[in-house]
Design a protein around this ligand. Structure first.
Ligand SMILES: [Zn+2]
Length: 1006
């Protein structure tokens, strides 16, 4: 074919496109409205008015079909979906959905649970009347496809079910509260799906059950609407940023799909699996104009079925093509989002044999129409974005709604066209999950019955149950063969070349009662992903991981998890466990009760629960009968056996009655009065700490830095001030000064008639701007000086150092190091410190480029070197180890250089100590509790690059300050409900607040 004729054909093709609508595969229905169905002219006129340019819309949403019986969103909103100035509360969205349900048999609304603050969450099903009538039969068919064991993995039977079943496509909106557009888009989408008689929409209605949760973060939505209303009432003022979304966490509510700590995650997963849905499509707004980011970029999560990866590509590519055909600019599916972490809400589907999807559309953070100017990297052409967004555009919420609805409608249509394939894949992914032991393995994960941290093991298993993972308990003891570990070839070292011995397989015995998580179950994938190890290569082409690179639950919880490839494990006699029975209680006879310390967080709960009991901590390990007790063991008196039995049973702790108290040193373990402080800069990171304390039922007074500054004498009210990390490396200056108050208006965070939902169950202020202030800082300093304990982590630790509360500690940030949400090894340095009670020598911890602490023995001290550092003796007489000599004078002894480890403070030399008031007396020096492991042992899971920068440096420090203490963390010990292994470093500090010097070797020295 000649050049010209080819061009001619191409032209003809485009002409056809322009005049004859959309060219599609044979038999596909083009998107076009039904000419017989009247249009709601007034509504349609407003859609056009609020759309800022015709290309920001599509033939699917530039009109609204009229109905005599079904109300449009206007009845609730007072205007059309996406209208400027209008953001509905969740309640209004629900009201509309329930009006739809009343008006048409094509809509059904169900309640799916409540939030932490008690607000309702709903799901709205839209489909044909027949489909909704037959929901239960359809659900039973889908349930069989979801669990292929029920049909004995019979493909022919599966094909029959596939042919008869209507798939479920689940859409979730506005999990991120400042991303405000989804609720109105989803109201209108529900209307269209129920009412539109165009063949295109009718096919979706007849072929698919569309399930919609219009508001995922309901508590945050209502706060956001409040703020927007405040903004409308004060159009010239700055309005307060949304500092609280849900009760506990903000943006991280979309990082909870592993730990399942939040109600919204649990409710969405239960709905998704309860309906046996095939897709979970989560709506976000941060990228112009529509980024379907499930295709994104590598590395992809290593535990998902490759079938899912194909589905992402298929759906993503087609979705972009459909919107591009409509002439909508800025639609793309590749980009810098890697699909590695399974923490995102949408990933609940990926980990449960479904299809995860996520849209980033473009929102204005409210319903104002605004001129939006993009960054060069946002409007740049890229290979995957041949039609990028405009550098500048007038943008409206209606535009955003147009993109969201058009994307969803074309997705639903494509999904319906190919539903047999997707349903078959749904079955196949389940089948392949069940076949995991004989395919890629492993056969099972085993958690031994004799794990000393039984209560933590139970917490981990409870998460598995929330993930709908089946757990079994072995009814007899068993043995498995562990795979041969390949020895690394040792580097050639000198002349003695060692040949590695061929390792032989080892076995491991597990006692009866051990937990077995079988991999021959439909949801084996999620258990495998959460319990396995992650490796992110420093050479990965992806240089900016989007989120955490590791999550290995056995390490983060500090419980034993064995990956078993030996398929014999599957024939061990075992029984299903559907909930974890209470265990623990009191054993033996005697007047004193002992609870061994294995750094179980439940110990702290017990201390608060048994208010009147006297509890001591053993400062040394001891033995009683044949029972060995570790340092930190609780010795309990003054409580009845039955009360203790009840308390320990609910908490999963084992108490042993002793005839008498052991003859060792001990100190009282007291329940401190805690002031828990937050800033008005961010509550993201501290929210996870609050959630952990609430779950452990540890009481505290929650207050801002501003409120703290107003308390006249902190020491009379509190024993410990807990100052969890702020987020985003808040500078000390920001913590003290907050947001500038020399210009602008106050930013109130208060309940008012305009903002009835703002405060919820958290905190309030008349102006968010002021920080701790100099006065507050002075009070904090005097609190510590007078004997209080201040606990800090990450940026709040840097704040404590910068403000002179942690003498002898310096903090630097890394240069080339990359530890991105990884699990690293740490080592106990001072096991006698109460902060370390219950821990073994090696402690796995979560680290995200933590600050690099060093300790010194001189304030402002720095080693000075003149000339090159001499590490060995200089050239001279004798052998290497003999002393040199100088001609013509008596021999002199070379003084021994004190050898110091990297985590230790070097002793000041005689010269440095002479007349130097800045030398810190021994008893005032920082006490290193935990340090980072050596560089070679640093990586446990995830990414560690240039880890030598932080290797061996202190990870947890106890710094005496005046009569009090400041405790500093470089690791984040409390994070996303996933790090129970390190909770007790915080809890031990609380419980031993007035005995932190216990076991201190140099405490008496001056
Ligand atoms: Zn988002």
């Amino acid at each position: 074919m000649g050049h010209k004729s080819w061009l001619g054909l191409l032209l003809l093709f485009f002409t056809t496109l322009a005049t004859g609508g959309i060219a599609l595969a044979d038999g596909e229905t083009p998107p076009a409205r039904d000419p017989k169905q009247p249009v709601d002219e007034a509504y349609t006129a407003k859609i056009r008015k609020y759309t800022t340019a015709p290309y920001f819309s599509s033939p699917l949403v530039d009109y609204l079909p009229a109905s005599k019986t079904v109300p449009t969103p206007e009845v609730v909103l007072g205007d059309v979906a996406g209208a400027p100035g209008i953001l509905p509360y969740a309640e209004d969205v629900y009201k509309y959905m329930r009006l739809l349900e009343k008006a048409t048999p094509r809509v059904k609304v169900v309640s799916i649970g409540t939030t932490e603050e008690g607000r309702e969450m709903i799901a709205v099903a839209v489909s044909s009347e027949a489909n909704l009538k037959n929901l239960e039969q359809n659900r039973q068919r889908l349930a069989k496809l979801a669990d292929p064991r029920t049909i004995h993995l019979d493909d022919a039977e599966a094909d029959k079910l596939v042919a008869e079943s209507v798939p479920v496509y689940y859409i979730t909106g506005t999990i991120h509260s400042p991303e405000t557009g989804a609720p109105t888009a989803l109201m209108e989408l529900a209307y269209r799906l129920a009412v539109d008689e165009s063949p295109y929409v009718r096919e979706i209605r007849d072929g698919v059950i569309t399930l919609i949760t219009p508001v995922v973060e309901v508590d945050g939505r209502d706060r956001m609407v409040d703020l927007y209303k405040w903004h409308l009432a004060h159009p010239k003022d700055f309005y307060p940023p949304l500092i609280y979304w849900g009760k506990y966490v903000a943006h991280d509510n979309n990082r909870d799909a592993m730990g399942m700590t939040l109600k919204l995650t649990q409710n969405v997963l239960n709905t998704y699996l309860g309906w046996n849905a095939q897709v979970l499509h989560d709506l976000h707004e941060s990228v112009p104009y529509l980024y379907d980011n499930t295709v994104g970029d590598g590395p992809y999560n290593a535990w998902v079925d490759p079938l899912l990866v194909d589905e992402w590509q298929m759906i993503g590519a087609r979705n972009v093509a459909d919107l591009t055909r409509f002439g909508m600019p800025g639609v793309f599916t590749h980009g810098d989002f890697d699909t590695w972490s399974p923490g995102y809400l949408m990933f609940l589907a990926a980990m449960h044999n479904g299809i995860s999807r996520l849209y980033e559309t473009f929102g204005n953070g409210g319903a104002d129409t605004r001129e939006r100017t993009l960054q060069p990297d946002e409007y740049a052409r890229a290979w995957y974005r041949p039609n990028p967004p405009f550098p500048k555009a007038l943008w409206s919420q209606r535009n955003n709604n147009n993109y969201e609805e058009t994307g969803l409608l074309t997705s639903l249509h494509y999904f319906n066209e190919n539903k047999r394939l997707f349903l078959k894949n749904f079955y196949l992914k389940g089948k392949r999950s069940i076949q995991k032991p004989s395919a890629e393995g492993p056969a099972a994960y085993v958690l031994p019955a004799d794990d000393p941290r039984a209560s933590v093991q139970a917490d981990l298993l409870r998460i598995m149950l929330k993930q709908h993972v089946e757990i079994s308990r072995a009814t007899s003891a068993f043995q498995v063969t562990l795979p041969v570990k390949k020895e690394k070839k040792s580097a050639k070292s000198g002349d003695a070349e060692e040949k590695p011995k061929p390792a032989s397989p080892t076995t491991r015995d597990f006692p009866a009662g051990s937990y077995v998580i079988r991999m021959d179950q439909p949801y084996s994938r999620v258990a495998d992903a959460l319990l396995d190890y992650q490796y992110w290569s420093p050479e990965d082409p992806q240089t900016t991981p989007y989120d955490d690179t590791a999550w290995t639950f056995g390490e983060l919880f500090g419980v034993q998890v064995t990956r078993v490839t030996d398929s014999k494990v599957l024939s061990v006699p075992m029984e299903r466990v559907t909930d974890l029975r209470p265990f623990g209680g009191v054993k033996g006879e005697g007047a004193v009760f002992a609870i061994d310390n294995h750094a179980e967080p439940a110990l702290a709960s017990l201390r608060y629960r048994l208010k009147d009991a006297s509890i001591d901590a053993a400062e040394e390990p001891f033995q009683s009968g044949d029972h060995k007790f570790s340092r930190g063991t609780f010795l309990i008196r003054g409580v009845s056996r039955s009360d203790l039995d009840a308390a320990t049973k609910t908490l999963g702790l084992q108490a042993v009655a002793l005839a008498s108290a052991p003859p060792i040193k001990s100190h009282a373990v007291r329940a401190p009065r805690i002031a828990y402080i937050h800033t008005w800069i961010s509550t993201q990171s501290e929210g996870w700490w609050r959630l952990a304390l609430d779950n452990l039922q540890i009481p505290y007074d929650y207050m801002s830095t501003q409120a703290l500054a107003k308390i006249p004498d902190l020491n009379t009210k509190y024993d410990v001030i807990l100052f969890p990390p702020v987020t985003g490396n808040a500078a000390p200056n920001a913590i003290v000064h907050g947001t500038p108050t020399t210009w602008g208006n106050p930013l109130p965070w208060m309940n008012t008639p305009e903002t009835p939902n703002l405060v919820g169950k958290n905190d309030s202020t008349s102006d968010m701007r002021p920080g701790l202030g100099w006065d507050g800082l002075a009070k904090l300093q005097s609190f510590v000086r007078n004997g209080g304990v201040l606990l800090t982590a990450l940026d709040t630790s840097q704040f404590a150092i910068a403000t002179g509360m942690a003498n002898g500690v310096t903090s630097t940030t890394s240069e080339k190091m990359k530890i991105v949400g990884s699990i690293v090894g740490t080592r106990l340095v001072d096991a006698a410190s109460p902060i370390a009670y219950g821990y073994d020598e090696k402690v796995s911890a979560y680290c995200d480029d933590g600050p690099i602490f060093s300790v010194t023995s001189i304030i402002g001290g720095r080693r000075r070197h003149l000339g090159p550092e001499i590490k060995t003796r200089p050239t001279g007489r004798g052998t290497k180890d003999e002393p040199d000599f100088v001609i013509g004078r008596p021999a002199s002894e070379t003084p021994d250089e004190p050898e110091k480890e990297l985590w230790e403070a070097p002793q000041p030399t005689d010269e440095q100590s002479f007349n130097n008031p800045r030398v810190i007396p021994l008893a005032n020096r920082a006490r290193v509790i935990l340090r980072y492991a050596d560089a070679k042992d640093l990586l446990i899971s995830g990414l560690v690059e240039n880890g030598n920068e932080i290797a061996q440096h202190p990870a947890v420090l106890d710094v005496p300050s005046g009569s009090g203490h400041v405790v500093l963390f470089s690791i984040n010990p409390v994070y996303r409900g996933e790090t129970e292994n390190t909770y007790s470093l915080v809890l031990n500090t609380l419980l031993n607040f007035d005995s932190l010097n216990a076991g201190r070797k140099d405490a008496d020295q001056k």
